[in-house]
Write a protein that binds this ligand. Structure first.
Ligand code: GLU
Length: 475
């Protein structure tokens, strides 16, 4: 019988959801969806000193933002301590694990001596065959795996292929610390087993852990899940991804105005390919995703590509969807609260009306919001430096006359105002731009904006004329 596919993402809650973890989550999620299986969320919080509730909240929020829905969990390892101890009890009885009574100082001295001899530091198995009755009085024990000493441990990896580890290079590592907490190595195996995980998909920084984990599965007589260790994401220069390459946390990309659909599409193509297809809908991704097309060399972060992809999705989104996305990020961006407070029905209407012009230019939601700022600027407008430069005394005289012409326009549409402005420029025997630029400066406070006749239409007659009068009266 083939088992129902179950994959998982198992972040440690010590900070934001890392871009690499998000990609692993996406791959695991897409793989589960492709096979009609389940995707599990597990929080690996056994490092109590570094785990925080805030990090858990951030991780969950980022997963939800990316629309990576899970079928089971979140499970918390700290709530499963009894289960790890139960497994350890069984291993002790079966003799696949043993008590080690070395003090930290003794372990340090052992490693020091090994280094001095030029050997790789490793546990030398000194309690492997010793009887616990020899333990120093009052000393608590750690529990170690009685690992095979000879032979090899082989991982058949979907991405890395067949990886062979010599057992003599692996030592009897700790499963349960002397304070009774499990190590990552033990908890991850017990959890993956208990949670029915069939495929472990994760970063290749965990490849070195795989043989140790396999040894625990073998000791327990459990089926080892299939494994896929994905090359890590690198920066554009080929070095391991770090802060200097750009933001590492998913939430930072949300705050920079990238759409969740962009991030999903972008992360999907970071290390996985399907022919030369770049754009994937959710359905296409689920249909196409497989592990065979995950590359063996590290993918490189390319922020210019991310921008272009985001521009693509912004143009593709409906105006109302964009409004929803804008509202969704307001709590996370500078000045967002202020705008949220102003987003009454009237401003929402204006924003929707302006959206077709705005979204043609914007690569991020932040650019979209910036481009729309003129909509909620309060009169009299603060002009930026360039706009102030455009509004010379001469330009203001021109604008005064133009304001009269515009005041006479009947039906206030982009077309009607365009006609009036063009006729005005002709009458003044000047280029349209010489009129349009002061007009833009007066209406938006800036020298760049969506097409100026759209601006007039979106602002409406009263607001447009009022903004023009503010400037011609030189306020
Ligand atoms: N908690 C580990 C991490 O955040 C993941 C462990 C795993 O996927 O096996 O890197």
């Amino acid at each position: 019988m083939t088992r129902r596919v179950r994959t998982r993402i198992a972040p440690s809650p010590t900070g934001f959801l890392h871009l690499g973890t998000a990609r692993t989550a996406l791959f695991s999620w897409a793989f589960a969806r492709h096979h009609g299986g389940d995707f599990v969320l597990r929080i690996e919080d056994t490092d109590e000193a570094r785990s925080t509730q805030d990090a858990v909240d951030q991780i969950v929020a980022a997963m939800k933002w990316l629309r990576l829905d899970w079928d089971d969990g979140p499970f918390f390892q700290m709530q499963r301590l009894d289960r790890y101890r139960e497994v350890i009890a069984k291993m002790l009885i079966e003799g696949t694990a043993y008590r080690c009574y070395c003090s930290p100082e003794e372990l340090d001295a052992m490693r020091e001596a090994q280094r001095a001899r030029g050997d790789k530091p490793r546990y030398d198995g000194r309690w492997r065959d010793r009887d616990p009755s020899e333990a120093p009085p009052g000393m608590k024990s750690a529990i170690r795996l009685k690992a095979p000493i000879t032979g090899e441990t082989v991982i058949e990896d979907h991405v890395q292929g067949r990886v062979v580890f010599q057992n003599e290079n692996l030592d009897d590592f700790v499963l349960l610390r002397s304070d009774g907490t499990p190590t990552y190595m033990l908890a991850v195996v017990v959890d993956d087993h208990d949670m029915g995980i069939t495929h472990v998909i994760r970063g290749d920084d965990h490849l070195a852990n795989a043989p140790r984990q396999k040894q625990i599965y073998d000791a327990m007589g459990w089926t080892v899940p299939q494994m896929a260790h994905i090359p890590l994401i690198h920066g554009p220069d080929g070095a391991k991804l770090s802060k200097r390459h750009g933001a590492l946390g998913v939430e930072a990309y949300r705050a920079m105005g990238y759409l969740p659909v962009t991030m999903r599409n972008y992360l999907a193509r970071l290390g996985w390919s399907h022919g030369d297809q770049e754009i994937f809908s959710t359905e296409e991704l689920i249909a196409a995703f497989d592990l065979a097309q995950v590359g063996r060399s590290p993918a490189r972060l390319d922020l210019a590509r991310l921008d272009n992809l985001n521009g693509h999705y912004i143009r593709k989104c409906s105006d109302s969807e964009l409004l929803v996305e804008i509202e969704r990020i307001l709590p996370h961006i500078a000045g967002g609260q202020e705008l949220a407070a102003k987003l009454a029905p009237e401003l929402r209407q204006r924003l929707l009306a302006a959206m077709p012009g705005l979204k043609e230019r914007a690569k991020t939601l932040i650019e979209l919001i910036e481009g729309a700022r003129y909509l909620w600027s309060e009169r009299p407008l603060q002009l930026d430096e360039k706009a102030a430069g455009v509004l010379t005394a001469e330009a203001r005289v021109l604008l005064r006359e133009l304001t009269d012409d515009l005041g006479a326009v009947d039906a206030w549409t982009a077309g009607a105002t365009e006609q009036a402005v063009r006729a005005f420029a002709e009458r003044k025997d000047t280029k349209l731009a010489n009129v349009a630029q002061p007009l833009r400066a007066a209406l938006t406070g800036r020298t760049t904006s969506p097409p100026i006749f759209d601006v007039l239409a979106v602002l409406g007659r009263n607001e447009s004329l009022a903004r023009l009068r503010d400037q011609v009266q030189g306020r």
